[in-house]
Ligand binder design. Structure first.
Ligand code: AMP
Length: 426
């Protein structure tokens, strides 16, 4: 199948070919036609499938078919959970709309709102936003969503994980009832289905290649190790393997900082990327990593979500995630599309339950290795780490009233409270 056969305008085909794309990805082949027909779409796709072009290209096509003269109200809203994702989606919107007479802007927290408000005031057709900043500007009377024709909810599952449900509801109440809705999510929990039911009208359901195909293509290994020896082991593996471009996941922001410092001390260039880092620091870390100035990027799940980094040779779980699906998202950063990649997990006794849950989800047993001198502690407890012991900890099914654990509550947690300015904290 070609992009031409999807019925996209010449201006869009030109932009697509400038990007170097020759064939639409499966999610693009499936999502673009119904969107062009004006239908609501519910798509199952994660980062790396080409989902952004899957909704952006037909959205731009529809808007440019029916241009609005002079005064430009916001006609399309793309809502994303994180600042990084918002910035990436916006970059794509800019690229794909290069040959169209459409204007766009991006807004997210953590940076000065003035330039954002000024861009909106000048008139834009497409707004890419995170929920907190969007509601902030709306509350100040700096934007109106009353003319939105197309609404895109990107990474809906992550939105719920981050406690954005109430914010999404508020945003929906600000838009006209008659509009086209597109919802993208990597996973489909009961909560996501409920949300989809509330937003979408007779949606066409489309999905990208099932996730387990990806999982099977990745070479995975578990290193059983004593908790206290994890740092030394990871440094040994990276140094001795002379690995470059390693993405390391930790469960907490604090853990990411600590590990990063130790790596730098032992001569490995590393940077941490998480919610307590300024936007500037995050952008710099990501740029350094992409250009191979930084060998190791240490990230938390939320910060890493949606990062537009090409296939990586090595992904290491310094700690296993306590939500099994996050393991699949993490290792999906390597070995896609047939490229070789390796996903390693350092597992201590207290993570045994997490490992079992992951193996159940991916329906395979992971090969285990023990490195001499880094053996697991035979006396260590196998009781899982409790919620609250990690600041970004998301435990299974427990409701908890602290701000952090509520924000990071898992997909089954119903006790979500409204958040203000939540995107500042991602
Ligand atoms: P996404 O899933 O939207 O984050 O896209 C993942 C990566 O695939 C991005 O770097 C895109 O630029 C790239 N991409 C999207 N569509 C295509 C395509 N049809 N052919 C090749 N690369 C693509």
């Amino acid at each position: 199948m070609s992009f031409q056969s999807l019925g996209l305008s010449e201006a869009l085909l030109k932009a697509v070919s400038k990007k170097g794309y020759t064939t639409p990805s499966p999610i693009q082949q499936k999502a673009i036609p119904p969107v062009l027909e004006g239908k609501d779409v519910l798509a199952s796709a994660q980062t790396g499938t080409g989902k952004t072009a899957g909704f952006t290209l037909p959205l731009l096509h529809l808007l440019s078919e029916n241009p609005k003269e002079k005064y430009r109200p916001i006609r399309a809203l793309i809502l994303t959970p994180t600042r990084e994702l918002a910035a990436q989606v916006y970059a794509n919107v800019k690229e794909y709309s290069e040959f169209l007479n459409l204007r766009s802007a991006v807004i997210f927290g953590g940076v000065n709102q003035k330039p954002q408000a000024s861009a909106i005031r000048q008139g834009i057709d497409i707004l890419v936003a995170t929920p907190g900043r969007l509601l902030d500007l709306q509350n100040q009377g700096l934007l109106s969503l009353k003319r939105v024709e197309i609404f895109v909810l990107d990474e809906a599952d992550r939105m719920l994980d981050m406690g954005f449900l109430r914010d999404i509801e508020k945003v929906i109440a600000m838009m006209p009832e008659k509009r086209q809705n597109l919802m993208f999510s990597a996973t489909f929990s009961k909560d996501i289905k409920k949300l989809a039911h509330g937003i979408l009208n007779y949606p066409i359901q489309v999905e990208a290649t099932p996730e387990n195909t990806t999982v099977e293509a990745i070479s995975q290994k578990v290193y059983r190790v004593a908790k206290a020896k994890k740092t030394d082991l990871i440094i040994k593996l990276i140094s001795e393997g002379n690995w470059k471009q390693v993405l390391v996941f930790t469960r907490t922001k604090h853990g990411a900082n600590r590990l990063c410092e130790k790596m730098v001390k032992s001569g490995i260039t590393a940077a941490a990327i998480h919610g307590n880092k300024s936007q500037g620091a995050r952008t710099k870390a990501l740029a350094g990593f992409k250009t191979a100035k930084i060998r190791v990027l240490v990230a938390t799940d939320i910060a890493a979500r949606g990062l537009d980094i090409p296939l990586l040779p090595h992904v290491i779980n310094f700690e296993l995630p306590n939500i099994s699906e996050d393991y699949v998202h993490r290792i999906g950063r390597t070995g896609r599309a047939g490229a070789s990649g390796e996903a390693l997990s350092l597992v201590s006794a207290d993570e045994t339950t997490f490992l079992k849950d992951i193996e159940k989800l991916i329906e395979m047993k992971l090969p285990v290795e023990v490195v001499e001198g880094f053996e697991p502690d035979p006396n260590a407890s196998t009781v899982p780490i409790k919620q609250g012991q990690g600041r970004q900890n998301r435990s299974r099914g427990n409701s908890n009233n602290s701000r952090n654990s509520n924000r990071n509550s898992n997909r089954n947690n119903k006790s979500r409270r409204p958040k203000r300015n939540s995107d500042r904290r991602n």
